[in-house]
Design a protein around this ligand. Sequence first.
Ligand SMILES: *Cc1c(COP(=O)(O)O)cnc(C)c1O
Length: 212
Amino acid sequence: MAVDNTFATPCLQRPLELGCDIVMHSTTKYLGGHCDVIGGLNVVANEELAARLLSLRSATGGVAGPFDAYLVLRGVKTLALRMERQVASAAAIAAWLEQHPGAGAVHYPGLESHAGHDLAGRQMDGFGAVVSFVPDGDVAAFMNRLGVFSIAESLGGVESLAGHPATMSHSNLTAAQRSAIGIDDKLIRLSVGIEDIDDLMADLDQALAAGR
Ligand SMILES: *Cc1c(COP(=O)(O)O)cnc(C)c1O
């Protein structure tokens, strides 16, 4: 069994300890942490599986360059600190959005309203730093008014990012496929960074007011 643990990071969830065979991370995201490197890795605890993956890697040739590897190693040194801050801010933003008159559905595993809340509480050491929600007002007006959040598709860096999955990360799916996996056409995805929490909330607040 293989698990993509990119959103959780090893700080919040360790799938090998839960019985998984292969754990995948996009190091582009939290492990690198600064939106300045693209990479990925697979982690296994089984020597035979590791040998098979190594042989596959030799054959396909996809290996990280030295500078990219250095950036990820440097990023990992602050991973625990960054996650602490980003998770705390994301939890605060999710709870605040859930009460906000300009926001509809809010999705965050740390909220009791989330279908995976109990499971996440059992197997994770934190609920992550990605929050998604549906604004009541106009999505384009909301996105265009954001100032602290940058509009970008990635996630996991120290900078806060906002994305619109229907036209960005998930635009390769048909409207029917998106709807089947619960991606509303107005859904906004936030990757919460390390900026001051008051600045982040004020930015969302004024952008929500603009869209209504
Ligand atoms: C970004 C991402 C990937 C792809 O990683 P890249 O480094 O962008 O190629 C895979 N899985 C998840 C969950 C991601 O967020």
